[in-house]
Write a protein that binds this ligand. Structure first.
Ligand code: MEV
Length: 313
């Protein structure tokens, strides 16, 4: 029996743009997916005990099977190897929180232990990237990197296929955030493809937006490192506006962003692939965090009140 786990994450700046070589900023959160893997008798048996948004497991089922086969191949194992896999842990299966990457890292680590492969974290990250192809089509690698290493990081995909630029970011102290789920499952692959198609069809509109997104990530890094949280919030709001313009927000996400801001969040945006999934609000201090979280809870919505800039391997 092998065990493993992977962190969930929120993207503060740059989702979608990061697929096309723009830098992004991501933070792991203190919720993770755990996996237990044992050699099986016949075929692949996956028991998924995660708390999920309605329909999440069913929607992701085929992508999950493909992701596991891809990982086995990347580990030089037979993709049809019979395995019994259990998945659970504190990270809910909500779109936008890197749940697929966290589960892939957890499963890769558990397979590594069960088969005594002795893989480095770097290799686990590469294997999880292979799995992300099943979920996101053309992933940037930001989710699996956060799921593997944790912490707060700057991430820039190398568009020539070379190693991505990953830098740890230091902030003065962890910052409270509120994550709220729309309850809607989103198909990351379809969202990523949609952006690529629209960008290709309308470069005059999309190129300037991509360049603005890059500027926002740079400004977001400076503001985070200098502890200028009001500025970070302002830039997150601006990032949400650009995400609306590239067509990845939704009525539900815009509503959550609006509620968070009205309750005093200093910034709020969709996080992850959009089209459903989750919103993240910057709510420094316990009191503000509770106020914003409670407003969502009062509407019966699923909330995670956590911090950015905490954990790292
Ligand atoms: C998903 O969490 C983030 C996306 O940018 C896809 C990716 O970077 O792989 C939408």
């Amino acid at each position: 029996m092998g065990k493993g786990s992977g962190y969930g994450k929120v993207i503060l700046f740059g989702e979608h743009f990061v697929v096309h070589g723009v830098a992004g900023i991501v933070s792991a959160i203190d919720s993770s997916t755990d996996a237990i893997v044992s050699k099986g008798e016949s075929g692949l048996v996956v028991k998924d005990d995660r708390k999920t948004a309605k329909g999440y497991s069913e929607e992701k089922r085929l992508q999950q099977i493909e992701s596991i086969e891809r990982m086995l191949k990347a580990m030089d194992l037979d993709p049809k190897l019979p395995l019994d896999i259990w998945i659970g842990g504190s990270l809910p299966g909500f779109s936008g929180l890197g749940a697929s990457a966290a589960s892939s890292v957890a499963i890769a680590r558990a397979i590594n232990e069960e088969f005594g492969l002795n893989l480095s974290n770097e290799k686990i990250n590469q294997v999880a990237y292979e799995a992300e192809i099943a979920y996101a089509g053309n992933p940037s690698g930001i989710d699996n990197t956060a799921a593997t290493y944790g912490g707060l990081m700057w991430f820039k995909k190398d568009s020539t296929g070379g190693p991505d630029l990953v830098e740890r970011l230091k902030i003065q102290m962890p910052i409270e955030i509120v994550i709220c789920s729309t309850g809607k499952v989103a198909n990351t692959k379809a969202m990523v493809e949609g952006v690529a198609e629209r960008k290709k069809a309308n470069p005059a509109k999309y190129e300037p937006l991509f360049s603005q997104a890059g500027d926002l990530t740079v400004a977001g890094r400076s503001a985070l490192e200098a502890g200028k949280l009001e500025k970070v919030g302002e830039l997150m709001n601006e990032n949400h506006r650009i995400l609306q313009e590239i067509g990845v927000s939704s009525v539900e996400l815009d509503y959550l962003v609006d509620v968070a801001r009205k309750q005093g969040a200093i910034g709020a945006k969709l996080t992850g692939g959009g089209g459903g999934g989750c919103m993240v609000a910057l709510t420094p201090g316990k009191d503000l965090q509770e106020k914003v979280a409670n407003a969502f809870r009062a509407e019966g919505l699923e909330v995670l009140a956590t911090k950015i800039g905490v954990i790292a391997r």
